[in-house]
Design a protein around this ligand. Structure first.
Ligand code: SF4
Length: 291
């Protein structure tokens, strides 16, 4: 059985999934087998929602206290955690015991405490200085008449600066932000919405450490990517997807391809043993209904 998939829209995170692991893209987006995001990712999502809410309130002229912001975060985290538990139960058949053990070791209480500390640092050092104009702004960049990149810009301030907010447990290395593809796509997104490039970019990392949280900021005046290069990059990935190119690009000893880290390790093994036709036959449409 042959599978030919021609995407009509693609997001930055889908593109990055393919770049990091094409097999992962196959399982997640073509066969529709969703593994819940890891607990650390849930913290990041709840943090993002809290920050977006903070700026929405600020834009409406309502000052939000740190306590209210942290309560909002707690509520969002707890809701997301309930959803995670339900989805984890349904996904267990795909996950190794090593993966499940690692997830179990992460305590939701710790994610709550670290997120609360992160919000305090973010509000004190960053949020107070920003006057928001657009929050979670959707964009669509047409590539041709049947194909578009879809995305959402975290924040644009009144001066026209685009902000990207990231959470991490590791201090980022000196970021090559001028070669940051996400910012390059935001650049195109901004042009598609407003007809002009942003006045600049800022990538803020909230780093959760053992002692609390800290900020790492990476400003950028303009993206080094040319528009045609970004589009060529995206179209090349989509061509590979269309042509069923799914490969494992990690070396055998890579930590990514391990029972502990990869949520698709068992499917990866099955694909290696039984082949693509078997996997497509077995999983196509079966799991798209439960996701
Ligand atoms: S084991 Fe490696 S190649 Fe396979 S899905 Fe996981 S990360 Fe990708």
């Amino acid at each position: 059985m042959e599978l030919r998939y021609k995407p009509q829209k693609v997001s930055f995170s889908q593109l990055m999934t393919y770049v990091r692991c094409p097999e992962h893209y196959l399982f997640r987006y073509i066969l529709g087998i969703k593994i819940p995001p890891r607990k650390n990712i849930i913290r990041g999502l709840a943090f993002h929602e809290a920050v977006a809410f903070l700026f929405q309130e600020k834009k409406q002229g309502r000052a939000m206290s740190l306590k209210d912001l942290q309560d909002f975060y707690q509520f969002t985290l707890e809701m997301a955690f309930e959803d995670y538990q339900t989805r984890m139960e349904a996904s267990k058949i795909f996950l190794t015991k090593e993966y499940l053990k690692r997830e179990k070791e992460i305590k939701i209480e710790d994610l709550l405490v670290s997120g609360v500390k992160g919000l305090q640092v973010y509000q004190d050092r960053i949020a107070k200085k920003i006057t928001p104009k657009f929050i979670e702004q959707n964009f669509k960049v047409p590539l041709d008449k049947n194909l578009a990149i879809l995305g959402k810009i975290d924040l644009i301030d009144k001066k026209g600066i685009v902000y990207e907010i990231k959470t991490s447990t590791r201090r980022p290395a000196n970021q090559q932000v001028s070669l940051d593809l996400q910012l390059a796509i935001y650049n195109l997104g901004s042009k598609a919405i407003f007809g002009t490039e942003p006045k600049g970019f800022t990538k803020d990392f909230i780093v959760f450490t053992k002692k609390g949280a800290e900020i790492r900021r990476f400003p950028l005046k303009e993206s080094s990517f040319r528009e045609e290069d970004v589009k060529y990059f995206v179209l090349t990935i989509l061509k590979a997807i269309e042509n069923n190119i799914w490969y494992c690009l990690h070396p055998a000893e890579s930590w990514i391809c391990s029972k502990e880290w990869c949520g698709y390790w068992m499917l990866h093994k099955e694909l290696r043993e039984k082949g693509l036709d078997y996997i497509i036959e077995k999983y196509t449409e079966k799991f798209q209904q439960i996701c």
